[in-house]
Design a protein around this ligand. Structure first.
Ligand code: SAM
Length: 268
């Protein structure tokens, strides 16, 4: 199984760090507000942040009252930035690929991840590993690039534009062709995986997770008007998709069933 670690590439890391630290960026203006609106109360909770990157979210979870936060990431550069800039007594940063999450020997009340699952080849397998790390009443809240975005193969233009460069509409090609995308973006051969919306949903269901909420990224008209170059495309396509899930109850035959199915079975 291939595990790319592009964030340890100097050029890629510097480019990411610069963009992530801009006052106005996709993460802080669009991704984080939606993800945070889907979180449960964090007071006293144990949190796992998969692909924690530079640690901004881990720090916020700590400040929101989490008892402990474990941030894991494959990139040493991202982790060393996190340790330097986003530390707290109750945060631990650990060098760990998401493909190896099974080595963790504890469970969590909240598992979260922002814009990381684009990089996993086996999404279904990852969801099973995550489910195994969840306490019974735990939540999984995560975002990833929207399948309309990950369909891009680096060949076609993302937008059809007017002569003056205004985005007329978003282009989409090969949406139904799932799998690895290798594109030249910041570095040559940047890799991510494209999955359709139904594959994501079915991956969650087959891992024994129940979807409580799903959102697609949106941007206020105000922000779009203020920063047209950055956010002008958001009226044509959602950049990210978000899910909040809980564990389905397992019935005594070892299959997954919903809470409702379980209570129906009990009253028989
Ligand atoms: C777009 S950044 C997001 C960082 C952070 N979650 C945030 O929202 O600021 C993606 C992160 O995923 C990490 N990552 C990529 N592949 C990974 C893997 N296989 N296992 C763990 N982390 C991975 C990268 O190193 C990077 O820190």
């Amino acid at each position: 199984m291939s595990k790319q670690n592009v964030y340890d590439d100097r050029t890629f890391f510097e480019n990411y760090r610069k963009n992530r630290n801009q006052a106005v960026n996709f993460n802080d203006c669009i991704e984080s507000p939606i993800l945070f609106s889907m979180l449960p109360d964090l007071q006293g909770k144990s949190v796992l942040d998969i692909g924690c990157g530079m640690g901004q979210h881990a720090k916020q979870y700590s400040e929101m009252g989490a008892a402990s936060v474990l941030g894991t990431d494959i990139s040493e550069k991202m982790l060393s930035y996190a340790r330097e800039h986003n530390s707290a007594k109750n945060i631990t940063y650990l060098h760990l690929a998401m493909e190896q999450l099974e080595v963790l020997d504890r469970k969590f009340d909240l598992i979260t991840s922002s814009l990381v699952f684009d990089y996993v080849e086996d999404f279904d397998g990852l969801m099973v590993k995550i489910r195994n790390l969840m306490n019974d009443d735990a939540k999984l809240v995560f975002s990833l690039s929207h399948p309309i975005v990950t369909a891009w193969d680096g060949v076609y233009d993302r937008y059809t534009r007017t002569e003056t460069g205004e985005r007329l509409y978003a282009n989409l090609r090969n949406y139904c062709m799932e799998g690895l995308r290798k594109v030249d973006w910041v570095v040559n051969g940047y890799e991510y995986y494209h999955r359709t919306v139904s594959s994501l949903i079915n991956g969650l269901i087959s891992a024994g997770l129940v979807i409580e909420e799903c959102q697609e990224a949106y941007c206020s008209e105000e922000l779009r008007t203020q920063y047209p170059a950055l956010f002008g495309g958001t009226m044509h396509r959602p950049e990210f998709i978000f899910f909040r899930c809980r564990k389905a109850c397992s019935d005594r035959f070892g299959k997954h069933s919903s809470v409702k199915e379980k209570s129906d079975a009990r009253s028989d």
